[in-house]
Write a protein that binds this ligand. Structure first.
Ligand code: NDP
Ligand code: PYC
Length: 339
C-alpha cells in the first residue's frame, strides 16, 4: 500500500478507520485502539513499511487464529527494577501499555528499570515504543526479534529475525534524538515493498535460495534470505537482540516458533526487551543540553540530518495537510472496515 496520494486524512480519522478494521477482526476495543494509534502513527510519520501497508498482514494473522486480538496481558513485579509481562499470545503493544506505569514507577524509584515482554507479536516500528519516554525526560532502549529470515554472517541458513533496536533520548530545544533500525541490511517490509513495485535492491542485502548474492527482492522472498547489516558487526547486534528479546524474556527465538498450522499468519511470535533510564541519576543536570551539543557537533561536521528528523518533519507536514493516502489504499481500508 504505497501508491501516490489522492486524499489527505486527519490522524484521528485514520485511527478511527483502522480501529474499525481491528474490531471487525476480533480485536478487543482496548487493544484495537492501541493498535490503530500505533499503525496510524507510523503512516503519519512516513514509516511506510509499518503503516497501513501492514493492515492486511494484521488481519490475515488474526483470521488464522495465530494471534489473540483479545489477549489480556499479565504484568508481574519481579524485582526493584524489573517488570515482566506475559502477553498471552496477543500483540506486544497492549502488553507494553499494561506494564508501562509500573515500569516508570520503578525508573523513578531506582533510576533504571527493565521490562521483559514474552509470548508477544510485534508487527510494527519500534520508535513509537521509545519516543514517548524521551518526551518525558527518560532515556530508553528497546529490542525485538522477529521471524527467521536473516542468515548469520558467513552462514547458510536463516537463524535471526530482522531484529530491530530503537533508542530515544531527550534533546534540549528539539524533538528527542531517536533511531530505530533493523539489524538486517534492510527490513523485510521494505523487501516486500520493493518486490511489489518492481525495484531492485542495493547490493549486499540478501541471497537467493541457493545462497548466491542477489539484488532481486522476489528471489529473497522466494526461499532466499537477508544479510545482517555491516557484516560480522551487524551479526552480533542481531544475536544480541535474540538474547535480550527471547532468551532473557522467555519468548521464542526468531526461528523457534511454528506457525505452519496457521495459514496466513504473518506476525512474529517472540518477545521484546526494554531498558529505561532516568538520566538525572548520572549526576549531570544538563543532560538534555549535552545531547543537543553532541547532535549539533555531528551536524556541523557534515551529516545532513539526524535519525528521526525525517519522521518529525513528515509528522509536522501531516499535522498541517493530513496523512496522504492513495484512493486505492483508502478504498482497500474502507472495504476491510466493512468486510
Ligand atoms: P531505515 O534504514 O530506514 O532507518 C533506520 C534509522 O536510520 C531511522 O532512525 C532513520 O531515521 C535513520 N536514517 C535513515 N536514513 C538516514 C540518513 N540519511 N541520515 C541519518 N539518519 C538516517 O530503517 P530500517 O529499514 O532498518 O527499519 C525500518 C523499520 O522497520 C523500523 O521502524 C523498524 O523498527 C521496523 N522493523 C520492525 C520489525 C519488527 O519485528 N517489528 C523488524 C524489522 C524492522 P528516519 O526514520 O528519520 O528516516
Ligand atoms: O519489516 O522486517 C520487518 C518486520 C518483521 C516483522 C515486522 N516487520
Amino acid at each position: 500500500m504505497t501508491d501516490a496520494a489522492d486524499t489527505y486524512f486527519p490522524y484521528e480519522d485514520l485511527v478511527a478507520l483502522l480501529e474499525r478494521i481491528f474490531l471487525r477482526n476480533g480485536v478487543s476495543k482496548h487493544n484495537a485502539s492501541i493498535l490503530a494509534e500505533n499503525c496510524a502513527g507510523c503512516e503519519r510519520d512516513g514509516s511506510l513499511s509499518h503503516g497501513i501497508f501492514r493492515m492486511p498482514g494484521y488481519v490475515s494473522s488474526l483470521n488464522s487464529a495465530w494471534v489473540d486480538g483479545k489477549a489480556v496481558p499479565e504484568v508481574e513485579d519481579v524485582g526493584p527494577a524489573f517488570v515482566r509481562v506475559d502477553a498471552k499470545g496477543g500483540f506486544t503493544q497492549p502488553a507494553f501499555f499494561a506494564a508501562r506505569p509500573l515500569l516508570i514507577e520503578k525508573v523513578k524509584q531506582n533510576g533504571v528499570a527493565v521490562l521483559a515482554i514474552r509470548r508477544s507479536h510485534h508487527f510494527s516500528a519500534l520508535w513509537p515504543d521509545v519516543e514517548p519516554f524521551a518526551d518525558e525526560g527518560l532515556v530508553a532502549l528497546t529490542a525485538v526479534n522477529s521471524m527467521a529470515c536473516v542468515v548469520p554472517h558467513g552462514g547458510r541458513k536463516a537463524v535471526f529475525g530482522t531484529n530491530p533496536i530503537a533508542f530515544a533520548s531527550p534533546r534540549e530545544g528539539s524533538a528527542p534524538f531517536v533511531f530505530d533500525q533493523a539489524s538486517s541490511a534492510i527490513a523485510h517490509g521494505d523487501v516486500q515493498i520493493a518486490a511489489r513495485s518492481g525495484h531492485e535492491l542495493k547490493t549486499g542485502m540478501g541471497v537467493d535460495r541457493d545462497g548466491q548474492p542477489t539484488n532481486d527482492p522476489k528471489a529473497i522472498l522466494d526461499g532466499g534470505a537477508l544479510l545482517p547489516f555491516g557484516g560480522h558487526k551487524g551479526n552480533s547486534i542481531a544475536l544480541m537482540v535474540e538474547i535480550l528479546s527471547a532468551a532473557l524474556t522467555g519468548g521464542y527465538f526468531s526461528g523457534e516458533f511454528d506457525w505452519s498450522g496457521h495459514k496466513g499468519a504473518q506476525t512474529p511470535f517472540t518477545g521484546q526487551f526494554f531498558v529505561v533510564i532516568d538520566p538525572e541519576r548520572g549526576g549531570n543536570n544538563v543532560f538534555a543540553h549535552r545531547v543537543s551539543e553532541i547532535c549539533d557537533l555531528v551536524l556541523e561536521a557534515g551529516q545532513d540530518r539526524l535519525p528521526g528528523d525525517r519522521r518529525h518533519l513528515t509528522r509536522a507536514k501531516a499535522a498541517l495537510d493530513g496523512i496522504p493516502l492513495s484512493a486505492k489504499n483508502h478504498e482497500t481500508l474502507r472495504a476491510m472496515a466493512e468486510a
